[in-house]
Design a protein. Structure first.
Length: 174
């Protein structure tokens, strides 16, 4: 699939979520959570700048989708990481990341509960390419009609503190 076709397919998937004209990362997670009938749990991840460590990880269990995001980067990059990981869920990607025991220990998760796992360290796979295009579409739609996204959201639904005040917080269903 060429880039134009891929982008059109990603736009159609995002439009099918029926998000409001101006939506937030929280709205996106809520819509996908409702669609899947299970919570999305957001958790910080510290890769400490490791070269081959993913900056975001998606874990799927039988009860929830967990999204890990790099905590040592800007809020805008963190939101993009989350859009990328949510894109794996939207596209129903099978997961391509091996359960490396160091990664499992770093995120503090029981590997026997994991059904699928995705993490981006490069853009070589088709699933990673699709998730990145989808994340770009999401972020562009999120900020349509605005001149520039805020460099650090201050208040309201997109506020960094409100979105990630409790790293074990479940995204509520609508």
């Amino acid at each position: 699939m060429d880039l134009r076709q891929l982008r059109a397919a990603c736009e159609a998937r995002v439009e099918a979520l029926q998000l409001p004209h101006r939506f937030t990362t929280r709205n996106l997670c809520e819509a996908v959570s409702e669609l899947r009938g299970r919570p999305i749990i957001l958790r910080p991840l510290s890769t400490l700048g490791a070269m081959e460590a993913p900056c975001g990880i998606r874990l799927e269990t039988s009860d929830a989708d967990l999204l890990f995001y790099e905590e040592a980067t800007s809020p805008l990059h963190q939101n993009h990481i989350l859009a990328h990981e949510v894109s794996h869920i939207i596209c129903d990607h099978p997961g391509t990341l091996e359960l490396d025991q160091d990664v499992v220990r770093a995120i503090g998760f029981n590997s026997t509960l994991v059904q699928r796992m995705s993490g981006r360290t490069s853009y070589t796979s088709e699933d990673e390419r699709e998730a990145e295009v989808m994340a770009s579409v999401i972020r562009q739609l999120m900020y349509r009609g605005r001149e520039l996204p805020p460099s650090r959201p201050a208040r309201g639904a997109e506020s960094w503190e409100a979105l990630f005040a409790n790293s074990n917080r479940k995204v509520p269903r609508r």
